[in-house]
Design a protein around this ligand. Structure first.
Ligand code: PMP
Length: 463
């Protein structure tokens, strides 16, 4: 009877504490609202990274004192920050701008029958190798039409691992390999496997938007390092070191880079790996464009990274975007976690697609031709851009994009709208990849003729 009474009393107190916390969140929201008003009056940005990061440090310390797990503390702080933004009138979607908006506009015009030059789409106009198509047809005719083990059929895991071992002289096993629905799913599943809510990961801008979006979706925080055209898109090693917090778990690298075409020199790449090793970060190296490198591009598979996730894709190398097949290489533990997510969401990559992928691994010739074609387009386009008075461009070392900028202020967002409306050319504004309003991205996945015509119209709008 006594225990019953005591239990009831304790439960009552717990309920009271819980409700107290909620009431305090209400009071905190009130303060956030006041801050929002002051910021609005003074046109200050709502998001203040420094202040938020300082809060994370204070919360970590308080957690230690109060014997609360840091994980729980970070989750709570995350929710509080989301509340602040809500009462200040910012939704999480508003904070993230994606190329989807301009993409949709262009699609909509095309369905209305407008003839557009699409320089915004990130896929090559090449055909997949004949051998790949044939292998896919054969697989279908042999009824390779079933579910497979989530990580991929053993034949593909074998040939993929062998292919990468040879290519990078790397000591990896099939247990460290997973075949995924495109590199995109590998990026999400990889990040979700190494990041928990409230933790953080470093992203180097300009960047493919999916990294920041995935990190945010997981409830973690992207810590952004900005690189600049003036610095040849080289990240500052000091800035990276300074950015790492106690709750930072990973750094995302993407070379050759979408959108800049940058490839890091080997020594810079290795220095970043050293920093990551030093601070126990997982290096997620997205090597989707590595076969479109015009100079040597280091792979994380040939580095001495202690913890890494290497992301690869069949999409660009062999022009297989619609097959939706990519892969990841990591530790057995991370691969198992990724497989759990893939199993929950997708079961497996279609069986016949996996047979097509095996065939692709035997198509070095086609990959070389594709890469040379992209390189030739890059050269031609850069020559043209350099002739436009108001524009300058970093000559890409790889990938399939150029990311020029205006010498004087034009504003890529308004510019791309105008270009689309008046000249029927779609590009992606630099703001999709970070804080780059003076830049825009042109995809080299279109014929030289279309690219040249597109650039001519860009020049017309500028003049
Ligand atoms: N990483 C980068 C940098 C990309 O640009 C893309 C495609 N746009 C991907 C990964 C994913 O490609 P996929 O899912 O087709 O393999």
């Amino acid at each position: 009877v006594n225990s019953d009474k005591e239990l009831a009393m304790l439960r009552e107190r717990i309920a009271e504490k819980t409700l107290n916390i909620i009431r305090m969140v209400g009071e905190r929201n009130e303060l956030a609202r006041k801050i929002g008003h002051i910021k609005a009056r003074n046109s200050l940005p709502i998001h203040d990274e420094e202040t938020e990061m300082a809060l994370f440090d204070m919360v970590a310390e308080e957690c230690a004192r109060a014997e609360v797990s840091a994980e729980a503390g970070f989750k709570i702080l995350n929710s509080l920050l989301a509340e602040s933004k809500r009462v200040q009138g910012v939704s999480s979607e508003q904070q993230l701008e994606t190329p989807m908006q301009s993409f949709r506009k262009a699609e909509e015009m095309q369905t209305r029958g407008v003839d557009l030059i699409r320089l915004d789409v990130g896929e090559p106009d090449f055909k997949p190798p004949e051998k790949v198509v044939q292998a896919c047809i054969d697989a279908l005719k042999n009824f390779k039409t079933h579910y497979t083990v989530t990580r991929g059929i053993p034949e593909l895991l074998e040939s993929l691992t062998l292919y990468l071992k040879r290519k990078w002289n790397s000591d990896i096993s099939t247990d460290q390999t997973i075949v995924t629905s495109g590199g995109r799913f590998a990026v999400y599943a990889g990040l979700a496997s190494v990041l928990k809510e409230g933790e953080s990961a470093i992203v180097i801008d300009p960047s493919w938007p999916a990294y920041k979006q995935a990190i945010t979706y997981i409830g973690a925080r992207p810590l952004v390092i900005n690189t600049r055209f003036e610095d040849g898109w080289n990240p500052s090693l000091e800035a990276i070191k300074k950015m790492i917090r106690n709750n930072t778990r990973a750094i995302v690298l993407n070379y050759p880079n979408n959108p800049t075409g940058k490839v890091l020199d080997t020594s810079t790449f290795n220095s970043i790996i050293d920093i990551a090793n030093d601070r126990n970060l997982v290096v997620m190296s997205d090597e989707t464009y590595i076969d479109y490198s015009f100079n040597k591009c280091s792979s994380v598979l040939e580095s001495n990274a202690k913890n890494y996730i290497c992301i690869g894709s069949f999409s660009k190398t062999w022009a297989m975007t619609g097959f939706r097949v990519g892969y990841a290489i990591s530790s057995i533990d991370v691969i198992n976690k990724m497989a759990m997510i893939a199993s929950l969401m997708l079961t497996s990559v279609p069986e016949f697609v996996q047979y097509a992928a095996i065939a692709a691994l035997d198509c070095d010739e086609e990959a070389l031709v594709n890469s040379a074609t992209i390189k030739e387009r890059a050269d031609t386009i850069c020559q043209h851009i350099e002739k436009i008075a108001n524009m300058e461009v970093y000559r890409p070392d790889g990938a399939m994009y150029v990311f020029p900028r205006f010498r004087s202020v034009v504003g890529a967002r308004g510019f791309s709208d105008k270009l689309l409306k008046e000249k029927h050319v779609s590009i992606t504004s630099g703001t999709a990849f970070g804080n780059y309003p003076d830049h825009f991205r042109i995809s080299l996945g279109r014929s030289k003729e279309l690219l040249i015509e597109g650039l001519k119209r860009i020049g017309d709008v500028l003049n």
